[in-house]
Design a protein around this ligand. Structure first.
Ligand SMILES: C[S@@+](CC[C@H](N)C(=O)[O-])C[C@H]1O[C@@H](n2cnc3c(N)ncnc32)[C@H](O)[C@@H]1O
Length: 293
């Protein structure tokens, strides 16, 4: 889930806030499948992480994948890349050997050799709601042409809801109205064309299958339970982000939206409300050539 993102700039604070929840939510089955796929390939395993931010995806994957590993982190935010380099400097692969790390400060467009050359695995986390259908399809086609695997994690599926202390979904008309406004806001252009928002997992899976990939998929929702202090800061940031986006989308409804925000923040603070946010992980593996491995 990405909260309000003027021109797709993200703060290190927001990325830090979500990192632990992302780690808990990700699919270990898909991680294991990509680890097996890499292990069957000889030599150094090249991985590019698109929209790497401060390096959360690298931190999750490197120790879970076989070595030797050579990573390239790509992002247009130089400050996040400095942070990613600092945090990744001593990171080791699954066998305990240091990973090689390079960063590239550039836009994700165009999809070209500079972005993709020399890697086995193209990874991205919490990125695809921001990109356009054209960019996503161009990326999948370029990866397929290079026989690269794709691991795209934590793409929002558009569903979020408040839960009571027993975990039951609480959906008021106001929640539904904010959700509609937020989804419309997610579709705004973040720099790569009209953004996919909640459509990202479905569009991506279709493009992967059309390109001949074997596609594995897993639901990877965030569960921020009511009354659990560890998740409260993230849940609060989510409500603030949903509110800000909804307000930008419907300025005339500011008063009603502010009232909604107040009530929902009070519910979180009192430990009466939790939040779930739908996400999906996708893994695309190239089919081996007929008669090949
Ligand atoms: C929601 S953050 C996710 C960061 C990281 N993958 C993670 O899981 O924490 C999206 C990242 O994509 C980067 N980004 C967004 N649009 C981009 C573009 N057009 N070119 C390069 N980087 C972009 C942002 O700077 C940000 O670091």
């Amino acid at each position: 889930m990405n909260t309000v993102v003027p021109d797709a700039r993200f703060t290190a604070d927001w990325l830090g806030l979500r990192e632990e929840q992302d780690r808990r939510s990700r699919s270990h089955r898909l991680t294991g499948l990509v680890a097996d796929w890499l292990a069957a390939r000889p030599g150094v395993h090249g991985v590019v992480d698109l929209g790497s931010g401060s390096g959360s995806n690298l931190h999750f994957l490197a120790p879970r994948l076989p070595g030797p590993q050579r990573w390239r982190l790509v992002d247009h935010d130089p400050e996040l890349l400095v942070l990613a380099r600092r945090r990744g400097a001593r990171l080791c692969d699954g066998a305990g050997a240091r990973v090689t790390l390079a960063t590239r400060c550039r836009d994700l467009a165009p999809v070209d050799d500079d972005l993709l050359a020399g890697v086995d695995l193209v990874a991205a986390s919490a990125l695809f709601d921001l990109v356009s259908r054209d960019w996503a399809e161009a990326l999948v086609a370029a990866c397929a042409a290079r026989h690269q695997a794709l691991l795209v994690t934590l793409s929002v599926d558009g569903d979020w809801a408040f839960r009571d202390a027993a975990g039951e979904r609480l959906d008021t008309a106001e929640d539904a109205a904010v959700r509609v406004l937020f989804r419309a806001h997610q579709r705004r252009d973040k720099g790569l064309g009209t953004a996919l928002g909640a459509e990202a997992p479905a569009v991506l899976a279709r493009a992967m299958r059309a390109a001949g990939y074997r596609v594995e998929s897993a639901a990877t929702p965030w569960h921020l339970a009511a009354g659990v202090p560890a998740g409260r800061a993230l849940a609060t940031a989510l409500v603030d982000g949903w509110y800000a986006a909804a307000r930008e989308q419907a300025p005339a409804e500011g008063g009603r939206l502010a009232h909604w925000r107040e009530r929902r923040l009070a519910g979180l603070a009192a430990g009466e409300l939790g939040v779930t946010v739908g996400h999906r992980d996708l893994l695309a593996l190239p089919e081996p050539p007929a008669g090949g491995r």
